[in-house]
Write a protein that binds this ligand. Structure first.
Ligand code: CP
Ligand code: NVA
Length: 308
């Protein structure tokens, strides 16, 4: 059973081949209309369940389109409308769904839910974001960086803001793809120890620099994300904004990075909170390529999981 649960739990060579396949599939499609099928139909006859326990625009639409382009079919399920939200165990849900569909993608809250789904499913399970990680996003981000700047190995990536789930997958990717990662943010919002320890064990210890202007010096890529994630209580919003205001990515901060430094954000962004519109819409921003590449990267992830 080949699941795609996290970047650090996926074989490094497989990660590289997923990126290569994503690029090849993107090139092969060229600019053809989005609703048309790929030349190859590796998902013909396959059904994919997309389960969402949290809102989504990109993950939902890109998985749905990607599976369809490869000849498969999808069903989109909202967690609250399933028995999952009304007391049926994750394990039983996994066993039942495995009798109907060929692959399960789930966006959920607790990592334990994802892991339990994977343990009991007899079909592959893909992590579409948990409170702890967002691996599909970072596969698209690595692909996007490399499209614009070549190999990401040994490049300097700087994360400014909350040490959240998206950061954790960046930390895992630093270990697997071999780039240098710096975190700049306030101590209360530091990343989880687990992802820092992992990167260090992989020979890519993460630098923590509290001064964002020092942190971005020499950066090839500057990244941020929302200050309040979907799993954070709304009551924490004001406190988080106060803690993170100094870590906004704006033109003054980008000016300290390399001149050709890219800017990324997984989106959705809160314009003029974590990043200014000037940076989002500026020449160094690749946020919409990043969003597009969710489609291509995930198509390759689905093929990797199904072995097709
Ligand atoms: N970046 C991302 O996962 O976006 P959605 O929440 O819209 O899926
Ligand atoms: N950190 C954000 C990412 C959204 C794609 C969240 O979890 O809400």
């Amino acid at each position: 059973m080949t699941h795609f649960l996290d970047i650090h739990t996926t074989d490094r060579d497989r990660l590289r081949s997923i990126i290569d396949m994503a690029r090849a599939m993107k090139t092969a499609r060229g600019g053809r209309p989005k609703g048309t099928l790929d030349d190859e139909q590796p998902l013909a006859g396959r059904m994919v369940a997309l389960i969402f326990e949290k809102p989504s625009t990109r993950t939902r639409v890109s998985f749905d389109m990607g599976v369809r382009q490869m000849g498969g079919q999808t069903m989109i399920l909202s967690g609250s409308e399933m028995q999952l939200g009304h007391g049926e165990t994750i394990a039983d849900t996994a066993r039942v769904l495995s009798r109907y569909v060929d692959l399960i993608m789930i966006r959920t809250f607790e990592e334990a839910t994802l892991l339990e789904m994977a343990e009991h499913a007899t079909v592959p399970v893909i992590n579409g974001l948990t409170n702890r990680t967002h691996p599909c996003q970072i596969m698209a981000d690595v692909m996007t960086f490399e499209e614009h700047r070549g190999p990401i190995a040994d490049k300097k990536v700087v994360w400014s803001g909350d040490g959240n789930n998206v950061f954790a997958s960046f930390a895992h990717a630093a270990g697997q793809f071999g780039f240098d990662l710096t975190f700049t943010g306030p101590p209360p919002l530091d990343p989880e120890r687990e992802c820092l320890d992992y990167a260090a064990r992989m020979g890519r210890p993460i630098t923590i620099e509290r001064d964002p202007h020092k942190a971005v010096q020499g950066a090839d890529l500057v990244v941020t994300d929302t200050w309040v994630s979907m799993h954070d209580p709304q009551s924490a919003k004001e406190r988080r904004h106060n803690q993170l205001r100094g870590y906004q990515v704006n033109s003054a901060l980008m000016a300290k990075a390399k001149e050709d430094a890219l800017f990324m954000h997984c989106l959705p962004a809160h314009r003029d909170d974590e990043v200014t519109s000037e940076v989002m819409d500026g020449p160094n921003s690749v946020i919409f390529d990043e969003a597009e590449n969710r489609l291509h990267a995930q198509k390759a992830i689905v093929r990797h999981c199904l072995g097709v």
